[in-house]
Write a protein that binds this ligand. Structure first.
Ligand code: MLT
Length: 279
């Protein structure tokens, strides 16, 4: 996997980079996963798009940040990645925590955004109770290790149907989660707990936007997603039947069909230099 050293650290960030189209799609993973969660989308889009899926600090092949960080800093990492690859503008897609970072990215780097794909996520900040819960979980992972947190998360992530009929999805997610260190997980929890409110941003979004949610998502419900998507002018809202919170991995065909239709119809990030020119 290619790697980039970013200034703040310095720290090495790894990313998957496939396809060769002029239109670029960045896919930001959820918590506590890795860029591997986007494998079905990388495979499905690469014939027409350049698709880049980075690993956030501490996840996948990226180095763990020695210090605490904010989601705004993760957005800046992605902006630095685009700049270093000489990509002017891209569609920014994110699932759950990746969506929180996509909101921050839009807040801080709107000129680099050609479209948004927001899956199983929400613009609201944490409630006081959710924040307290994240701090408890951070203490748990530091004290008892990653497995304790994985066991708490798994039942909330996948639909009952996925759990019974697609054990491979659960295995894959577990492997991603178990590859993280306790401090990577704790830092991400603390960053999510302190994230800002993206709701005031929604009315200013002026790029094509697709909002997606699994019908069985318990963490960010489809009803909730439909409601906040209305604050973005012209946003499309789509739900994925039978999927839980990790809709792209639980129902890859349905997710890819929506993503592909959205990108083909609504998005041209365009502009030189293309991936081919750089190679
Ligand atoms: C995720 O999948 O990224 C998490 O559910 C986000 C969160 O804990 O809020």
């Amino acid at each position: 996997m290619p790697r980039l050293t970013i200034d703040d650290g310095p720290l090495e960030i790894s990313f998957r980079d496939v396809g060769s189209g002029r239109d670029v799609v960045i896919l930001l993973h959820g918590f506590p996963f890795t860029s591997e969660m986007w494998s079905p989308q990388l495979d499905a889009l690469a014939d027409r798009y350049r698709v880049i899926a980075p690993d956030f600090r501490g996840f996948g092949g990226s180095q763990t940040s020695p210090r605490r960080y904010t989601l705004a800093r993760l957005a800046d990492d992605i902006s630095e990645l685009l700049a270093s690859l000489r990509i002017e503008r891209a569609v920014i897609g994110g699932l759950s925590m990746g969506g929180y970072v996509a909101f921050e990215f839009y807040r801080r780097h709107a000129r680099q955004v050609g479209g948004l794909v927001l899956a199983d996520t929400r613009p609201d900040p944490d409630s006081a109770e959710a924040r307290a819960n994240r701090h408890r979980m951070a203490a748990l992972v530091r004290g008892e290790g990653v497995t304790a947190v994985v066991e708490q998360l798994i039942p909330k992530l996948l639909s009952a149907d996925t759990r019974s009929r697609r054990p491979d999805v659960e295995r894959r997610l577990r492997a991603m989660m178990e590859s993280a260190t306790p401090s990577a997980i704790a830092h991400a929890l603390e960053a999510m707990a302190s994230r800002g409110d993206a709701r005031p941003l929604l009315a200013s979004v002026s790029v094509p936007t697709l909002v997606v949610a699994g019908t069985e998502d318990q963490l960010t419900t489809a009803a909730e997603s439909r409601a906040w998507s209305r604050a973005i002018a012209g946003a499309a809202f789509e739900q994925i039947e039978g999927a839980g919170h990790v809709s792209n991995l639980e129902r890859p065909q349905a997710f890819n069909a929506l993503l592909r239709a959205f990108l083909d119809a609504r998005v041209t990030t365009g502009g030189p230099p293309s991936h081919d020119d750089e190679r």
